[in-house]
Design a protein around this ligand. Structure first.
Ligand code: ADQ
Length: 470
């Protein structure tokens, strides 16, 4: 019998990312959301393979043990890492060097030789263990800042396949990026890919600027073609989206309805404003709380009409700056609540846990204002989920940072400078005063983008470019 993959003629797909979302984790509360589902769908269509770290610590990574499982036509192949690998590659270079630098936080970026070496060592280990799994016609798609050098490492092992790379986070301006020791070495490895994808034109432009001005590569800005040392790479913007079909259906689930009900009955007549983020300094949560504090200072009478709910499960707790942000947030929420609460009235509810997408849908729908105010964000899918969850007849207002990648697409949000408490306070006032007609007009513009630029189209666009030699 003909398999679907041979019917469509698509080559087999290999996805390589730091972590692998095993099928049973789908739909569970967590930070992988629509992306894991979309990659699974693409892998399923093409009888693909997903390779990455298991998330487990053990010495077996050294012996080259690969744990393989096949479910639903998708094979996952995972390896463990040693504690030293995790400390240097993951907690160290990826999350304490590249993450802060790429989010414009030079003040938090640590430049340590040892972790840089660990990063290269683990990328080499990924290449060593994944290369034998790659067959000549496979198309290989590598994800995110943990694995920038992996394509070049695979090439050095003789892999000639089409290999693409997608960066989920911003690409910083050249003047910041050159503060990274060995920055040129890192960018050179990117030019071994056939296609390099970014979330927005802005990040793409920064990358091309570096290639042209630091590397002296030949750059065609209209096509994104970068020619360097006899090789050609295409750099393009592919804005990621949500799984619209799956997410928009959640509104019909009992879980979503109950969550909305629970939220609304607990706030009684007060209007809910909501923020949902991983607890990360890039998300601008303390700055958001300052903005809300400023709003209450200016409009003390509104304490009885408004409640702000911040959902933020801890992440990357091994990194010091993440412990610091957690403490800062607890202090700020405590201060505002201490100063402004009544016995039966607490202005800020701060919840340190994750929820399922169905529950989040209900919370979003029950909230008249969605506050998405990262200081810097590759895209930000929460902004899109908030829009997707609104009632078309009575939609809430999205307040969105102009520094989120999503702002390039969601121009009908109320755009703010997340560093400015005044700006956030003013935006809240604007949202509260907004007429139904205006709310609907903005929602209708945004929902078209959220629906059409969905994660399936993102996958298809990237793989189309990767599969066709240009
Ligand atoms: P993240 O920084 O994790 O992703 P984001 O895109 O906002 O940021 O969120 C990803 C998913 O996590 C969303 O589906 C969201 O619902 C879920 N999530 C967030 N907080 C949650 C919570 N408290 N409880 C449950 N689920 C929660 C990185 C980049 C982004 C980019 C994505 C995808 O930093 O800029 O949009 O990858 O490319």
């Amino acid at each position: 019998t003909l398999e679907p993959s041979s019917l469509s003629g698509d080559p087999r797909l290999i996805v390589i990312s730091n972590r692998v979302a095993v099928p049973k984790a789908r739909g569970a509360a967590g930070a992988q959301g629509g992306l894991a589902g979309a990659l699974h769908a693409a892998l399923k269509d093409r009888k693909g393979l997903w390779f990455g770290w298991s998330g487990q610590e053990s010495e077996s990574g050294r012996t080259g043990h690969i744990d393989t499982q096949t479910n639903d036509g998708v094979t996952t192949a995972t390896i463990d890492l040693s504690q030293r690998d995790i400390d240097e590659y993951y907690t160290g270079y990826a999350n304490s060097t590249l993450w802060p630098l790429f989010h414009y936080r030079l003040d938090l970026a640590e430049y340590e030789r040892e972790t840089g070496k660990g990063y290269e060592r683990v990328n080499e280990r990924f290449a060593e263990l994944s290369a034998p799994l790659i067959e000549p016609d496979d198309v290989v798609w590598i994800h995110d800042y943990h694995l920038i050098p992996l394509g070049e490492r695979l090439r050095s092992r003789g892999i000639k396949n089409r290999i693409g790379f997608f960066l989920h986070i911003p690409w910083p301006p050249t003047r910041l990026f050159v503060s990274l020791p060995y920055h040129e070495r890192l960018v050179r490895t990117l030019l071994y890919y056939d296609v390099v994808g970014f979330q927005t034109q802005e990040w793409l432009d920064s990358f091309l600027h570096y290639c042209e001005n630091e590397l002296r590569a030949e750059v065609d800005e209209t096509t994104g073609q970068v020619s360097f040392e006899g090789r050609t790479t295409f750099a393009r913007a592919y804005p990621i989206g949500i799984d619209w079909d799956q997410f928009s259906k959640l509104g019909q689930t009992g879980q979503a309805r109950q969550a909305q009900q629970r939220l609304m009955s607990s706030t009684r007549r007060r209007l809910a404003m909501i923020g949902v983020d991983r607890l990360d300094y890039s998300k601008g949560i303390p700055e958001r709380i300052d903005g809300i504090g400023r709003f209450f200072d200016r409009n003390p009478e509104s304490i009885k009409d408004l409640v702000f709910i911040q959902i933020a499960p801890p992440s990357r707790e091994d990194v010091e700056s993440y412990q610091a942000i957690r403490e800062e947030l607890e202090r700020k929420c405590g201060q505002i609540n201490g100063a402004r609460s009544e016995v039966d009235l607490v202005p800020i509810r701060y919840v340190n846990r994750g929820y399922s997408h169905a529950e989040l849908f209900g919370f979003f729908r029950g909230s008249k204002i969605g506050l998405v105010t990262p200081l810097r964000d590759g895209m930000n899918l929460v902004a899109k989920e908030y829009v997707a969850a609104q009632d078309p007849e009575d939609p809430g207002v999205l307040i969105l940072s102009r520094f989120a990648g999503a702002a390039a697409q969601l121009q009908d949000a109320v755009l703010v400078n997340p560093h400015s408490p005044d700006d956030i306070a003013h935006a809240i006032k604007t949202a509260l005063d907004m007429s139904l007609a205006e709310r609907k007009r903005r929602y209708e513009q945004m929902v078209v983008t959220v629906r059409d630029d969905n994660v399936q189209n993102w996958t298809a666009d990237f793989l189309r470019d990767l599969s066709q030699p240009a």
